[in-house]
Design a protein around this ligand. Structure first.
Ligand code: HEC
Ligand code: HEC
Length: 208
């Protein structure tokens, strides 16, 4: 583990501390599982400072799977997956009932477009994206049949981290992660970091 505690690790520790002491975690919620915005932003728009992605506008089936996977330790348990390790304990305390409530609650947020923060060669990225389109859709709109989430409109810095994490084996490597496993070979097809930046630059051009 790294010596320097990152912002999200520090914040995760403080959220857990507040939850444990029964303290208000700063959200006017009838239900105590709604501490999500502490990291994911007041309107679910994502927060680059703690590397927590946009959840507003996320497909309910994808949101459900990720919360269940984090809860089961299928995601967010690799020792080098810093951001995943911060999220995993947040999901670990959820029940099926509270996951259902969260899906309804998050589903009520308005979709907010994100702004581009990375630079890459979008025209090269477009070529690489032809491989991705078969599952994620030619507009990055996602495809429930294949279990592939929307990529258009997600924070670009988060997409970059996930592609790096799939490649490094931090995500998609658990024996029970059948959907994540589909992504590992796809991420490996992006041969270097520049290729990752290029494809995400192209995704930034796709509409929602
Ligand atoms: C301590 C900060 C923190 C809190 C609190 C938190 N999250 Fe997260 N969450 C993160 C981070 C960081 C990531 C990115 C993990 C990664 O890089 O794999 C994440 C990832 C996610 C993802 C995966 C998104 C995707 O596109 O795959 C979902 C879904 C999610 N969080 C939902 C929630 C919900 C719902 C709550 C409230 C119950 C919550 N989070 C509370 C920090 C937090
Ligand atoms: C065979 C189908 C398939 C192909 C092709 C594919 N993906 Fe995926 N992708 C998936 C699935 C399924 C997931 C969800 C994994 C999970 O549930 O953890 C995913 C997840 C992702 C994520 C994480 C999104 C998030 O919100 O956390 C990114 C980023 C991504 N894919 C990018 C790409 C890129 C870029 C390409 C092309 C190089 C690509 N994918 C090709 C099936 C595919």
């Amino acid at each position: 583990m790294k010596h320097l505690m990152t912002a999200v690790v520090t914040l995760a520790a403080s959220v857990l501390g507040n939850l444990a002491s029964g303290q208000d975690v700063g959200l006017p919620a009838p239900m105590d599982d709604k501490y999500c915005m502490t990291c994911h932003g007041a309107v679910g728009q994502g927060n680059v400072g703690v590397q927590a992605p946009r959840i507003a506008g996320m497909e309910s089936w994808y949101l459900k799977r990720q919360l269940e996977n984090f809860r089961a330790g299928i995601r967010g348990t690799h020792p080098d997956d810093e951001q995943g390790l911060a999220m995993q304990p947040m999901a670990a305390r959820l029940t099926d009932q509270s996951i259902g409530d969260l899906i309804e609650w998050v589903g009520s947020f308005d979709y907010i477009p994100t702004t581009a923060t990375i630079e890459g060669d979008a025209s090269r990225g477009r070529q690489a994206y032809t491989r991705c389109a078969s599952c994620h859709g030619d507009q990055g709109q996602g495809n429930e049949t294949f279990g592939a989430p929307a990529l258009a409109g997600q924070n670009d810095w988060y997409l970059v981290t996930q592609l790096r994490n799939f490649k490094a084996g931090y995500r998609g490597n658990s024996p029970n992660d059948q959907y994540g496993a589909m992504m590992v070979s796809m991420a490996n097809s992006l041969t270097n970091d520049q290729a990752i930046l290029n494809v995400v630059s192209y995704i930034n051009t796709l509409g929602r």
